[in-house]
Design a protein around this ligand. Sequence first.
Ligand code: MYR
Length: 185
Amino acid sequence: MPPAAPRSGEAIFSSVDRVNAELFTLTYGAIVRQLLNDLEEVEEVNKQLDQMGYNIGIRLIDEFLAKSNVSRCVDFKETAEMIAKVGFKMFLGVTASVTKWDADGSCCSIVLEENPLVDFVELPDTCQGLYYCNILSGVIRGALEMVAMKTEVTWIRDMLRGDDAYELQVKLLSQLPEEYPYKDD
Ligand code: MYR
């Protein structure tokens, strides 16, 4: 008997989406495993993942701005919300919440309610010190640099290290005025 036809376009779309998400998660896992094999120190793996994320982030910002159709953020608070609610949704399929603002609005935490990168992942004891999701901190740092914000992005909590959530601290170090790209003549 032939397999039952999917009932709607939505059913087809969501199953393709799920397969893509799983493929992405497994591919990321394979990259981390390869880096662990190739590099001697876990610290080096953390650095490489962050750098890979940065290289992705500096390109991904164009796609984000083109696809999201959002207007420019007025301040860093709006930018953080944009990353958590629109950026994470667009590229990871999940949303995050923004908490722990400091007094001057230049440092906050982004807390992920779900983290598809870690599906199927269990870290052996030999990987103590690994920030498995370090690619994400690099992506945020790279993307923000392209809109003239220098940031430092640090993992505060990581469930793979026994914490109760995934929490990234994003600290704005400096913000340059963006140059007007056209001549006024
Ligand atoms: C603006 O100021 O005009 C908008 C800046 C928004 C920056 C959003 C960057 C998106 C980064 C996505 C991170 C996704 C991580 C999976």
